[in-house]
Design a protein around this ligand. Sequence first.
Ligand code: PGA
Length: 246
Amino acid sequence: MRRQLVAGNWKMNASSEMTGSLLTGVLENLPADRDIAVFPPFPYITQAVAETAGTPVMVGAQNVAAEESGAFTGEVSAAMLADIGCSMALVGHSERRALYGERDYDVLVKVRQLMANGITAVVCVGETIEQRKAVREESVVSEQLSLLIAELSNADWEKIIIAYEPVWAIGTGETATPEQAQAMHAFIRSELKKVSDTVAEKTRILYGGSVKAASAAELFSQPDIDGGLVGGASLDAAEFTAICRA
Ligand code: PGA
């Protein structure tokens, strides 16, 4: 049985005060039956780790360097993330792919850095509206997963979570229908069978894209949806808590 995970991607939104108040809200309303994670911007990770110490809430980063260490001004390595108590990191978010030119190869290299440091990678995949209109959503997502499927070992997959985030649903208020999302999650799971049946069965696949409290329960009750990656709604403690408990 896969345990569901609800993760909040704060993107480039936060302050010390906001980090404190969001976490207080989350910690006061923890669900017993789901994992919860938050992904604050880098400067607030240490604070979030301290404030969630001794609780089940996990703290992740939104990005990680492809390199191990050295002269890479502005980058943050996987070893640094592990050192400050970060247990997860997003890789290949559609904003990173679209705005910072991250390619599938970069995603693989970053995943390898995370694996080497014991950090779980939440790898984001998803098609644009043009690709969906051209009925290419499956081929696009298959391509985004193909290097990982070819290169990573069964053991590596124990530290990987997939987030299916259709680009047209991110921050637009337009959520994929539960049927659209379930169909893509089932497709992704069938792709993971190329690694092994066990990996296909065990890997958690989150849905992301305008998840709100009102839409979460139906999405999360689909057989291949193992929780959500929540952007905008994770910045409102009451709304995020309602999603966590949906
Ligand atoms: P959204 O963002 O919930 O605001 O659509 C999701 C994400 O980008 O992870």
